[in-house]
Design a protein around this ligand. Structure first.
Ligand SMILES: [Zn+2]
Length: 74
């Protein structure tokens, strides 16, 4: 029993995996409890949540900048 490729894990995290590969990855994580792949999934999930947060942080940063600018204008 070999580990699924990392791009399968990435697609699993993104929710775009289906059919046989999805069954295989699910089985591998849930039944085989493969620590290596679980660590990979955790890593990918963290990456994805950081990517999702980025535009929000950017907006917050910009509005903070605008706020500071409005405060420093005469
Ligand atoms: Zn594995």
């Amino acid at each position: 029993m070999s580990c699924p490729a990392r791009h399968w894990l990435a697609r699993h995290v993104a929710g775009s995996l289906d059919g046989g590969p999805l069954e295989y990855v699910r089985f591998h994580l849930a039944e085989m409890k493969c620590e290596w792949c679980q660590a990979n999934v955790d890593d990918l999930e963290r990456l994805e949540s950081e990517t999702d947060l980025e535009p929000l942080l950017e907006r917050v940063g910009q509005s903070t900048l605008q706020f500071l600018r409005s405060r420093t204008r005469p």
